[in-house]
Design a protein around this ligand. Structure first.
Ligand code: CA
Length: 225
C-alpha cells in the first residue's frame, strides 16, 4: 500500500486527511514542519507528499524546492490564499496538483489516487539480469522476490549501484562515489553499517540467500541467484 506523507501544522486539518486517506487504504505519516518532513523523506521512501504552503518553519514552496534536489516524489500542495495558488499554478516549483482550503478530504483522497495512477507504471517491466530483484527507478523502489523493500535513500542507492553491475566488486570509495558522498575517512566505515542494515532487510525476505558478498580488503558485490 502507498504511503502518504502529510505536512501540515494544523492538527485539525491533518486529522481529516489522515482519516480520509486511511479509509482508502493508504498508510499515512504526519509532519508539522517542513524541515522535519525533508529529513524524513531523506531517510524513507514515501509515495506522495501533501504539502501545506503555510508552515511554521519554512514555506511549503521552499520545502518542495529542497525536496526536488533529491526526490521526484509527487507533491500535492494545500493552499489557502490566492497569491499562493498563482505560484502553484505557475508550476515554478514542480507540484503535481494542489487543493485550496477549505477542501473536502474525500476529494483530496480521490486526487491522490489519480496522481498515483498517473505515476505508477501499469505493467511492471521485467528486466533480464536482475535475478530476484526488480528495480523501479522512477518510483525509487526495489522489490526482492516480489516483495517491495522498505529502504532508506542511501540503502536504495547502494543496492541500485550494486544491481547496475552484478558480480562486479565495488570498493567502498566507489560505493561512496555512487551515492554522491564525498570520500573521507570517517564515512568509509559507514558504508559497512548501511550494507549491514540492507542485508538484514534482504534476510527478512529470504533468510539464507545473502546476495551481497563481502570481499575482504576489496569491497562488496552482488550475486544474482
Ligand atoms: Ca498551515
Amino acid at each position: 500500500m502507498a504511503t502518504i506523507l502529510i505536512v501540515e501544522d494544523e492538527a485539525a486539518i491533518a486529522d481529516t486527511l489522515v482519516y480520509a486517506l486511511q479509509a482508502e487504504g493508504f498508510v499515512t505519516r504526519w509532519s508539522t514542519l517542513g524541515g522535519e518532513a525533508l529529513a524524513l523523506l531523506e531517510r524513507e521512501v514515501c509515495d506522495l507528499v501533501i504539502l501545506d504552503v503555510g508552515l511554521p518553519d519554512i514555506s511549503g514552496f521552499e520545502a518542495c524546492k529542497r525536496l526536488r534536489r533529491f526526490s521526484e516524489v509527487p507533491v500535492m500542495f494545500l493552499t489557502a490564499r490566492n497569491d499562493e495558488i498563482d505560484r502553484v499554478v505557475g508550476l515554478e516549483i514542480g507540484a503535481d496538483d494542489y487543493v485550496v482550503k477549505p477542501f473536502s478530504p474525500r476529494e483530496v483522497a480521490a486526487r491522490v489516487k489519480a496522481i498515483l495512477k498517473r505515476v505508477t507504471p501499469r505493467e511492471p517491466v521485467a528486466r533480464p539480469g536482475e535475478g530476484p530483484f526488480h528495480l523501479d527507478s522512477e518510483r525509487v523502489r526495489i522489490a526482492y522476490h516480489g516483495q517491495p523493500l522498505s529502504l532508506t535513500r542511501l540503502e536504495f542507492q547502494l543496492l541500485q549501484c550494486l544491481l547496475g553491475q552484478p558480480e562486479r566488486v565495488f570498493s567502498r570509495e566507489q560505493l561512496l562515489d555512487a551515492i554522491g558522498v564525498p570520500v573521507d575517512a570517517g564515512y568509509e566505515r559507514n558504508i559497512d553499517s548501511h550494507i549491514k542494515s540492507l542485508r538484514a532487510k534482504l534476510r527478512q525476505v529470504a533468510a539464507h540467500a545473502e546476495p551481497i558478498q563481502t570481499h575482504r580488503g576489496l569491497g562488496y558485490s552482488l550475486r544474482l541467484e
